[in-house]
Design a protein around this ligand. Sequence first.
Ligand code: HEM
Length: 465
Amino acid sequence: MEPQIPPSEPAPAHPPLEALAVQPLVNRDYESRPALFYERLRAEYGPVAPVDVLGVPAWLVIGYPQTLDILRDARGVWSRRLDSWRARREGRVPADWPLLPVYGLDFSVFRDGADLSRLRGAWSEGLRPFQDRSRPQAKQLEQAVRRYADELITVLSEGGGRTGWADLSAQYARPLPLMVMGRLLGADSARGDELIMDLWRVLDAGPDAAEASARLMAEVTQVCAAKAAEPGEDLPSFMLAAVPDLTVDELAREMVLLTGLIGDFTGTLVGNTIAEVVIGETGARDSLSAGMIQEAVNRAAISSPPMANLSFRWPKVDVRIGRFQIAAGDPVMLSPAAAHLDPAFTEGAAADSIYSSRAHLAWGAGPHACLGRDLATTITVIAVERLFDRFGGLRLALPADQLPWRSSPMMRGLRSLPVHYELAGEPPPPAGSPDAEPAAGQGADEPESRSLVRRILRAVRLAQS
Ligand code: HEM
């Protein structure tokens, strides 16, 4: 496999990227029928296509071997530093490009070399107690996720009969990881609530998103400063213990990254997995019926990767991919979503295989590969397991092709997932009634977690109204 042709070959003659990228990435087909969109690009351009990303020209890599090769970066050709972007150095990136605030945050995603290794070292050591299932923190976190999932299900179904209607995206899949995030950060409950609600406002990109984003940064910085002064049993404290010269500002930027990774991408994987199971077209339902929840999650990660396209990388030298010459400093977006549709990936799998491929790219690969994969998978598996345990029947309340997707160049997730449900057991009594007992198996702190559920769901309703 040699997807990037050595520069000794004559460079193909074509106009520069700026003159080629007329095709907008975010369009109606990209949102509602992405497979059709990517296949059209593949037929027209091959493994890499020039596209327009919200007003900025970029190369979209859609071939599987090419994406994997760039992710692995065996020859050290690729940079993630923002100053590698030629058009930006030349002042040609609009100051109001919507993704610029995130690119400007200078967290691990946009670092190379020793700078990157230092931050990744802090991440892997900081996450270890939560991802190594033999450690007490991991066990407590799993119990908490289970409890939050049960609380959310109780609250969304209380006061009704055995059957009802719910939005499993806004009322379950998205709030659940937000609650986990508050716990990982070790924020006290008042500050944790504020943080969660501001994150929701940022993710929803509503009218108050800019103010919420500034507040979120300030709140996260305060939490990190408090952890530096008085460490606890939480992710920022463990990261500081692993890399003691990490500054509060550096740590806060990584924790803002965490809010997106947990709050947005993990919620999206939960929602996408539930949708795949309920729709039943991709084998995820069969996996779940066979008791293989992890396999259902893997199938959803292949057919609906939450990080559909990855933020830019830039080659340090000219690189040839397919029929195009990518100039040094051109922005390149890798597309796991499109790579998963490439025959070079799909034809490797036997159609009737019980297990789907683990060679997919939903978690990235190489020097920037995901470090929170086990945690995100655990949260998703518990969320799916609790949901299908508590509900005997779930049916889409809309035809599958009318489900509303959130448009973003990077993320693919549902705006809402409306379902008709039937509970497996007795419905919970109305809130506040004398019969409103905690569900079995819950710990002593569950009244607090249930009231957190209510406060979050109220914030979600307010943000949506
Ligand atoms: C379903 C949820 C998630 C998905 C789909 C996901 C996927 C990914 C992908 C594709 C990358 C590589 C990005 C690139 O190469 O451009 C990545 C990087 C990363 N992820 Fe995740 N992730 C998820 C959740 C999490 C969680 C919960 C954490 C931490 C608690 C986490 C921590 C990281 C870190 C630290 C990086 C590396 C950043 C870097 O070195 O550039 N991820 N993730």
